[in-house]
Structures are given as structure tokens and as C-alpha cells.
Design a protein around this ligand. Structure first.
Ligand SMILES: Nc1ncnc2c1ncn2[C@@H]1O[C@H](COP(=O)(O)OP(=O)(O)OP(=O)(O)O)[C@@H](O)[C@H]1O
Length: 301
């Protein structure tokens, strides 16, 4: 599908399929076209060209039928301003034939302390969690979450992750957008990495991060490593080690297959310099590196 706003092409020939009962993440930097994509799927925006089917239905032609079966998390909305949290959830439950228990959602989303607080007095993060609860309460078959954890503190973020896991276990299809690669990696069964309105890579987290660029050892240290002397030390016990690359400050990569001897030599070389190896990954790129490899730019920019 394509979506143009005047001279800006927000979505530029995107093609995606999310399967039933999977958590599908659209990952991309700001302006990649994630929100526009989701809003077209929800029937709020009409594609300039292309075709969308949600649960087999065209969301622009049949918005009411589609919206009855999906959950939408409205940014900063979805509630009445004077109503209390528990009341709002009970009200929303009453509109549905087979709702989730409001008390369960209050508990998983950490809203117990504000159950009697009105919407307008909630913090931004609490409003966001209530919006999520409202999106979920009617047991939709499919739920769209646009940046569900943006602006949340670490604890609330974990609560949202747990809820997404519970939905998946329940057989709900979840489509979420994020620009947080750890979120996509932790939550998603499949990820589409978007840039400039297109999908630049798609697959399971394992497929995307194992990559075809071959074996490598990536590690992080607490202080900078002197690469030349470290390589000399490592090559002493592992001849043929091709080199050590600085990926970014305090993060390095040896583009060679991991062996027990290489890992031991690396730890020794760091210890010689009184440098602590904080993290070490074998044959595993994170999604940031995948994005950087494909686009030459950082996901965070
Ligand atoms: N209504 C609009 N009118 C004009 N341009 C728009 C409109 N909505 C989005 N755009 C543009 O389309 C592009 C994609 O925006 P979109 O919000 O879909 O990206 P995103 O990936 O969701 O980004 P973010 O992570 O910042 O939310 C951006 O360049 C944006 O400025």
C-alpha cells in the first residue's frame, strides 16, 4: 500500500501480512510510516493506493464491522475526563458480551493505586495504561498498539509487556509499533523493520539477528580497550583472528566464529588491561546493528 500526504509519501509500497495469534512488531525510526500504516489498518486513513484486509474485511469500506472485532489503543484518549478508573473499566466491560474482568486488568497494569482517581487527574503513563486496558477489555481478536510503552517508566513498561504476553497466550493477534529494539526483540514473534515507508527487513527476531553476515563475537566493556594490544594478545593464542572493530564506544566486534579459545583469549586480553567485559554475544547482532547494516543509519536518529 501507498499513502501520500501532499508531497510526502509516508508509506511507499509497503506489503505486510500478520498471522493469526502472533505478536507482530513494526519497528522503525521516527517518521518511518508506522503510525500511518496502523491508522490505515484501523480504517481511520484511506490508502492512496493498494489494498488492506483486516480479518478478511476492508477497513475503509466496512469500518464498523472491523472495529467491533479489533482493539484500538487511542493515544491519550478513550475515556471520559470525570470518570474514575475502575468505573470506566466496568462501564466498558458492560458494553461487551464477553469482557475481561476489569479487576484483572487493574491488577496486571498496576492501576490499583489509582482505581478511584478520575481520568483527568491521572499521570500520562497511567492514562496510557488505562487506554490499553480499554483496548483489551472487550476481548478483541486483533489488537493494534501504537507505541504502547512510549513515555512509560521501566516498571510500567514491564507491566505492558506482561499483558502482551498474556494476550498472545490467549490467542490474540497483536500488531504493535515501536522504535525500541529491545521491546521488539522481547515481545514479537515476527518483526518488520520499516524505513522511509518501506519494509527493509522482516523475520523472527532470531532470523533477523543471526544474519547472513556470518559468525562474530560482540562484546561490551566498562572502559575503552586498547585494540592493538588486545589483538596482539588474542592472536597469540588464536592465530588468524581477523581484527577487533569498534562498533560504538565500549562496544566491539570480532568478525570470526566463536570458539572457547577465542572467548578465553578475549577475556584474558581485557584482564591484562584491567578492563571488565560486561557483555558478550556470540553470533548475535542486535536489531540496532541489523538496521545500521541495512540503512547505514542508527535506529535512534
Ligand atoms: N497527516 C499528515 N500530513 C502530512 N504528513 C504526514 C501526516 N501524517 C504523517 N505524515 C508524515 O508521514 C511520515 C510518516 O509519519 P508516521 O507518523 O507514520 O511515522 P512513524 O513511523 O509513526 O513515526 P513516529 O515514530 O515518529 O511516530 C512523516 O514524514 C510524517 O511527517
Amino acid at each position: 500500500m501507498v499513502k501520500a500526504f501532499g508531497a510526502t509519501t509516508a508509506v511507499d509500497g509497503l506489503s505486510l501480512t500478520a498471522r493469526r495469534a502472533e505478536v507482530f512488531a513494526l519497528l522503525g525510526p521516527n517518521g518511518a510510516g508506522k503510525t500511518t500504516t496502523i491508522e490505515m489498518c484501523e480504517g481511520f486513513l484511506r490508502p492512496t493506493s493498494g489494498e488492506i484486509r483486516v480479518l478478511g474485511l476492508d477497513p475503509v469500506a466496512r469500518p464498523d464491522e472491523v472495529r467491533r472485532r479489533i482493539g484500538i489503543m487511542l493515544q491519550g484518549g478513550g475515556s471520559y475526563s470525570g470518570i474514575r478508573v475502575a468505573e470506566m473499566l466496568r462501564l466498558a466491560a458492560a458494553y461487551n458480551d464477553n469482557p475481561h474482568d476489569p479487576e484483572w486488568l487493574i491488577e496486571v497494569l498496576g492501576l490499583d493505586g489509582v482505581r478511584n482517581t478520575t481520568w483527568r487527574r491521572l499521570s500520562g503513563g497511567q492514562q496510557q495504561r488505562l487506554s490499553l486496558a480499554l483496548a483489551v477489555i472487550g476481548r478483541p481478536e486483533l489488537i493494534f498498539l501504537d507505541e504502547p510503552t512510549a513515555g512509560l517508566d521501566a516498571q510500567s513498561r514491564l507491566a505492558v509487556w506482561e499483558l502482551v504476553d498474556a494476550l498472545r497466550a490467549d490467542g490474540v493477534t497483536v500488531i504493535l509499533t515501536t522504535h525500541l529494539m529491545d521491546e521488539a526483540e522481547a515481545l514479537a514473534d515476527r518483526i518488520a523493520i520499516m524505513d522511509k515507508g518501506r519494509v527493509v527487513a522482516e523475520g523472527t527476531p532470531a532470523e533477523l539477528t543471526s544474519g547472513e553476515t556470518g559468525a562474530r563475537v560482540t562484546f561490551e566493556t566498562d572502559t575503552p580497550l586498547d585494540l592493538e594490544s588486545a589483538l596482539g594478545r588474542i592472536a597469540g593464542s588464536c592465530p588468524g583472528t581477523p581484527g577487533i572493530e569498534a562498533v560504538r564506544p565500549l562496544r566491539y566486534c570480532i568478525p570470526a566464529p566463536a570458539t572457547p579459545a577465542l572467548v578465553a583469549a578475549l577475556a584474558d586480553a581485557a584482564a591484562d588491561q584491567d578492563v571488565l567485559v560486561r557483555r558478550l554475544d556470540v553470533d548475535h547482532r542486535n536489531l540496532e546493528e541489523v538496521f545500521l547494516d541495512i540503512t547505514g543509519r542508527s535506529l535512534r536518529s
